[in-house]
Design a protein around this ligand. Structure first.
Ligand code: ACO
Length: 385
């Protein structure tokens, strides 16, 4: 029997901070309105270099350092994201290349803000089935690139960042004890992010209706999402606790999706637990969608909020509509390791980049020798058309 244990964790937040006062210079709002309605004081905004894949790589490299797992020992990489730079290649494949994790399979998972909980559950099932030993689960988002910066009802809520955990299969009981996942597609229009395809449609008449939504930007019915969130947090937490054969008294910490302090206050009341049981960092990071739970988890560990043998719940909700929770026995003590802040300069990742470039060069050479056009020549041909 294999158990999936969390043995490493890491996160990355962009350096640039956008405060509520800064937000008030972009849209008609105020620090007072944002803080009292959401609990958010500031959020991080990625620069051009801080792509979803780059932040996911940084978080994963830190998690692997804590776990003391070499990238070559990784069997699978799952990235939960709603903001990939490409539909394919997946963000996970890019991370696999940056890490030099050449034995790993890699794929992205789309479940909006619940993505991390979904990915964690998939990873745990794969380990428990004996199909993988070490899995890297990442939540990474550049929400700032998909916001309508004229819509004050949404752009004030979100931020950018990434968080990751390493799951390891061990025969010691513990780790992910239970999970529950759910979806209600009938509420898809309450929170949506239509894909921005750039190719012009050949027939204007078949342009699909977007119900007034802009392609490539997020839209939300805030009040309905608020009601949905408070209901599913309570239901998911109660369900996962029962599934694990525990009671709320056995739960030391809940790391929820960081959307809004008022949602958590309401959920805490309904669950009859003190608000302090919930770990919150939404004031500093805003809502980073699929990245919010692993980022908050890392901060909770750094703040000493988790002790060995504590039971911790991750609970998420978001677009789809989707929701889910995982109950985890926290059975590791943070190791005393040096975590390189500049992972790109770590020799193993420099070597991974060199190997990746050599492989690309090899493919070009092979193509050139066999007379097939280079990617540039193919682009020139498309441009001419
Ligand atoms: N600054 C100032 N005024 C604003 C702002 C703003 N940023 N945004 C809206 N308002 C105004 C509105 O125009 C409206 O004015 P009106 O009454 O004159 O028409 C008034 O404030 C009330 O607007 P509501 O949208 O009804 O405000 P509400 O109290 O519902 O708060 C909020 C909005 C904060 C978005 C809230 O609904 C909420 O938190 N919902 C949950 C959202 C959420 O958690 N989403 C993410 C979940 S899933 C995921 O993470 C993707």
């Amino acid at each position: 029997m294999k158990y999936a244990h969390i043995v490493g964790w890491g996160h990355y937040l962009p350096e640039r901070i956008l405060t509520n006062d800064g937000m008030a210079s972009i849209v008609d709002t105020s620090n007072e309105w944002i803080y009292t309605r959401t609990g958010i004081k500031e959020r991080r905004i990625a620069n051009q270099q801080e792509t979803t894949a780059m932040m996911a790589f940084e978080a994963a490299a830190r998690a692997l350092a804590v776990a003391n797992v070499h990238p070559m020992q990784v069997d699978m990489i799952i990235v939960a994201t709603s903001t990939p730079a490409h539909m394919f290649p997946s963000t996970a494949s890019q991370v696999q290349d940056y890490l030099g994790a050449s034995r790993a399979s890699a794929f992205d998972l789309s479940a909006a803000c619940t993505g991390f909980v979904y990915a964690l559950s998939m990873a745990a099932n794969t380990i428990q089935a004996g199909a993988a030993q070490n899995v890297v689960v990442i939540g990474a988002e550049t929400m700032s690139r998909v916001l309508d910066w004229q819509d004050r009802g949404t752009c004030i809520l979100f931020g950018d960042g990434a968080g990751a955990v390493v799951l390891k299969g061990l025969s010691i009981p513990g780790g992910i004890l239970a999970s529950t996942l759910g979806s209600d597609g009938s509420g898809g229009d309450l929170l949506s992010l239509p894909v921005a395809y750039h190719s012009p449609l050949p027939f204007a008449a078949i342009e699909p209706s977007l119900n007034g939504h802009n392609r490539g930007t997020l839209s939300m019915n805030g009040r309905q999402v608020f009601r949905f969130a408070t209901r599913v947090i309570v239901d998911s937490v109660q369900e996962v606790v029962a599934k694990a054969g525990l009671t709320m008294a056995d739960v030391a910490l809940i790391v929820p999706h960081q959307a809004n302090v008022r949602i958590i206050e309401t959920a805490a009341k309904r669950l009859k637990v003190p608000e302090e049981v919930f770990y919150l960092n939404v004031d500093r990071a805003g809502n980073t969608s699929a990245a919010s739970i692993p980022i908050a988890l890392c901060e909770a560990v750094e703040a000493g909020r988790l002790k060995p043998d504590d039971n911790v719940i991750f609970v998420g909700f978001g677009g789809g509509l989707t929701w889910g929770a995982s109950l985890v026995k926290w059975d590791v003590t943070p190791p005393e390791v040096y975590i390189a802040e500049r992972n790109w300069r770590d020799p193993r990742y420099v070597w991974a980049r060199v190997k990746s470039r050599m492989r690309r060069f090899g493919r070009r050479l092979e193509g050139w020798l066999s007379g097939s056009p280079t990617p540039e020549a193919r682009l020139r041909k498309t441009d001419k058309r």
